[in-house]
Design a protein around this ligand. Structure first.
Ligand code: GLU
Length: 317
């Protein structure tokens, strides 16, 4: 297979916290364990929530933790033209359509059928604009999941089994290197999903697959909160004819309230006065034994690379 390329893709909405360190460290360890390259991508498509300062601060935090990328970071805010090309390719295949629905209108369609979204159970797009938007104010674009996954013959992408995508009866089956076999009914869960928002912002799903392909990513290692995004990304990769990386989703760090640690919920920035302290804590979340005695950051990381290799490399080469 292609030489290993891994990546860490933070959204610069604030400094790294323990949850993002776990993802950064895991993707770095996996790259080292494969003697591969490790890249960083700044996911700053959402210009309202992201800042250049936060991006620079994250890069400084990574350097202090001994996690240095092999190339200059890619910044999504500079890649609109490439995302547009991908959208154009999907439109020309009949796999993207314009949508004029507001969130309120989508909720109203569901409510009239007695369905109500919850934070853990969002409702799929009801398909209102699928066969033509009602007016010409349609500025958002959606992926035509229905056309791509429903009633199609079962397919295998023909690559090694662990990296394969298998679609049957609207359900995408895939293999996660830590979580094992996964399945999601894309039509019941998300339906036709957003590629570009009405205000022109690019959706995470499109940007992430275009950039993973552009960076030559062979292995994605990231937090388990993103695992249920993977089927949408596999579908886009298949529709665009770009390679599918292997995926590994790491355990999440939960706050004292049991919710996932996140910047939105006020997770504290890492205290890097002694970088070994947060690294030891992140290693524990990843199931790696702490390094005992007085060691340098680089000695500790070398030790964890060896442990990581034993835990995760056997099924991914
Ligand atoms: N930018 C995303 C985040 O910070 C990660 C995206 C990914 O790794 O695919 O949660």
């Amino acid at each position: 297979m292609a030489a290993y390329i891994g990546r860490f893709a933070p959204s610069p909405t604030g400094p790294l916290h323990m949850g993002s360190l776990v993802a950064a460290m895991a993707s770095w360890l996996d790259a080292q364990a494969h003697s591969g390259r490790w890249l960083v991508r700044i996911e700053d498509v959402d210009s309202e929530r992201c800042s250049a300062c936060a991006a620079d601060f994250i890069l400084q935090q990574l350097a202090r933790l001994g996690l240095c990328p092999n190339e200059l970071p890619l910044r999504q805010s500079q890649r609109g033209a490439v995302y547009q090309q991908a959208l154009d390719a999907l439109i020309s295949k009949g796999l993207a359509y314009p949508c004029a629905c507001s969130r309120r209108e989508i909720a109203a369609v569901h409510a009239s059928a007695g369905r109500f979204a919850t934070p853990h159970q969002p409702l799929p797009y009801p398909g209102t604009c699928r066969y033509g938007a009602p007016d010409c104010s349609a500025n958002a674009w959606r992926f035509f999941s229905e056309k791509y996954v429903v009633n199609r013959p079962s397919t295998f992408n023909g690559r090694s089994e662990s990296a394969s995508l298998f679609i049957a009866k609207s359900t995408v089956h895939w293999q996660d290197r830590r979580l094992g076999p996964q399945a999601q009914n894309v039509m019941a869960g998300v339906g036709d999903f957003i590629l570009r928002r009405a205000d022109g912002r690019w959706a995470y799903q499109l940007a992430v697959v275009v950039d993973d392909a552009a960076q030559g990513t062979t292995h994605v290692v990231r937090g388990a909160d993103l695992a249920d995004n993977t089927p949408r990304q596999l579908l886009l990769q298949a529709a665009l004819g770009i390679p599918m990386p292997q995926y590994l989703h790491t355990p999440l760090v939960l706050g004292s309230d049991g919710a996932k640690l996140s910047k939105q919920h006020g997770a504290p920035a890492l205290d890097l006065s002694d970088p070994l302290v947060p690294l030891q804590a992140a290693a524990t979340v990843l199931g790696l034994a702490p390094v005992l005695g007085k060691v340098s950051v680089s000695e500790a990381l070398t030790h964890w690379v060896a442990m990581w290799r034993c835990l995760y490399n056997h099924d991914s080469d």
